[in-house]
Ligand binder design. Structure first.
Ligand code: ADP
Ligand code: ASP
Ligand code: MG
Length: 416
């Protein structure tokens, strides 16, 4: 069986949905499960709904209406007649969303977030499934929440592999064309959970693992994995093949073309991952498999913007050793900071991280009791894999380097 994943960019409008069908026509559609994300930027739009629910209720209706209109425009363009039952199906979903917001009693932001945000994927897959039928492609629409079971760590849930394995084996007919949502799961109480932003690639890998799939293909708006993000770097090069370990390194440092959690399940079962262009399905793309290193072997650049660089020293100039470091890390973990670089000397300790949960103020307040702090927000973290003198020189030109670290094949710099 093959697993295909189509991200938000690939289905951002009616043309994109039609193109998805054209991809299936070109590469076949039997024995396939398609994992789809929310259309375009609908996950961000749903985040605004959650924001309005908590902070500004009078904005709630208009933020939802924006989402209704967006999908309606796509459906009108696809089905050209508003009597098609897809309109009723999506209306019912919006009714369910409004009902949840009306009746919810939980003050837990992350819980509410997951209950609301999942509608993006439910809408996209229902519309696409109906359109596939409309175009003569019979398919099975599956609610992924009945397949992927997780804990209740809302917004970044952890998969319960055993239960998931059983449900996937039971519910997916591997001979058919199946379609389901990326990014979502459900907890023991059947509440919706999410696997972390951009988590649909990971969904594809989870299903592939449980299905012992032959391959996973993620269809992107780029020709494959490049040696840098073309949005931030010029003269990028296509990587033809990458080993699992190399891809894990790239994803770990922030190469956002593959979600970092995607690779390990695939590596475990040696399932190849293809990254291909949805605009050029016959193109060679990139394969991630059991090979060694990467081909061609060129420096790879990764940037993470909007990071926090925090430097700590002890108030009494005592050394920063095990117990201090463990205190610092306990707090970083408690406030869900995603650490990307650490560097320490005898009396100072620097750490670069993502403040995804907006906890920086609280963290600083707690650390101030024991440490002298210097905090730089809005810094960028650049990583070069397989660096050489030329690539480092080019990268550093015109930037103020706040921290620099080299380890084997990897160089990292934090710049202002
Ligand atoms: P999806 O639609 O599946 O969510 P994403 O937008 O998450 O797709 O991923 C595709 C984008 O990833 C590309 O448009 C590109 O800007 C970015 N990207 C970041 N790093 C790389 C890289 N090394 N190679 C190719 N694309 C990259
Ligand atoms: N729709 C989700 C997001 O935008 C998941 C994904 O696209 O992978 O984060
Ligand atoms: Mg994405």
């Amino acid at each position: 069986m093959r697993v295909f994943k189509f991200g938000g960019a690939s289905v951002k409008d009616a043309k994109g949905v039609k193109n998805l069908i054209s991809v299936l026509e070109q590469v076949g559609h039997e024995k396939t499960i398609i994992v789809v994300s929310a259309m375009g930027k609908m996950t961000n739009a749903l985040e605004l709904v959650v924001g309005a629910y908590f902070d500004d209720k009078k904005e709630l209706n208009s933020t939802i209406q924006g989402i209704v209109d967006y999908h309606k425009d796509i459906m009108i363009a696809l089905f050209n007649n508003s009597n098609h039952h897809v309109f009723k199906i999506t209306e019912d979903l919006f009714e369910e969303l409004r009902n949840f917001l009306k009746t919810n009693k939980s003050p837990d932001y992350s819980f509410v977030y997951d209950q609301v945000i999942g509608f993006g994927e439910l809408l996209s897959t229902l519309i696409i499934s109906q359109y596939l039928v409309f175009k003569g492609f019979n398919n099975h629409w599956l609610d992924v929440r009945q397949l992927i079971k997780t804990d209740s760590y809302y917004r970044n849930a952890n998969v319960n592999w055993e239960e998931t394995q059983q449900l996937v084996t039971k519910h997916i007919d591997s001979k058919k064309l199946n379609i389901t949502q990326g990014f979502l799961g459900s907890d023991a109480n059947n509440f919706t959970t999410t696997l972390g932003r951009e988590g649909s690639d990971y969904t594809a890998a989870i299903l592939a693992y449980c299905l012992n799939a032959d391959s996973v293909t993620i269809w992107k708006d780029v020709p494959g994995v490049l040696n840098a993000d073309p949005r931030h770097f010029k003269n990028t090069q296509l990587l033809n093949s990458i080993s699992y370990t190399e891809a894990i390194e790239l994803a770990f440092y922030g190469a956002s073309v593959i979600h970092p959690k995607t690779l390990q399940p695939l590596q475990r079962k040696e399932i190849p991952l293809y990254v291909k262009s949805f605009l050029n399905p016959q193109g060679e793309g990139t394969v991630v498999n059991k090979t060694f290193g990467l081909l061609p072997k060129v420096p790879c650049f990764i940037v993470k913007k909007n990071q926090v660089l925090l430097s700590l020293s002890t108030l009494d100039f005592s050394y920063i050793v095990e117990d201090n470091i463990s205190k610092i890390f306990n707090l970083l973990s408690k406030y869900k900071m995603k650490v990307s670089v650490i560097q320490n000397s005898a009396i100072s300790f620097s750490v670069c991280f993502d403040d995804n949960y907006n906890n920086l103020e609280t963290l600083l307040l707690q650390l101030k009791a024991n440490f002298k702090l210097t905090c730089n927000t809005g810094v960028s973290l650049y990583t070069i894999r397989h660096y050489d003198d030329k690539s480092v020189e080019e990268l550093e030109a015109g930037k103020t380097v706040l921290l620099k670290q080299m380890f084997q094949e990897t160089l990292q710099i934090v710049t202002k």
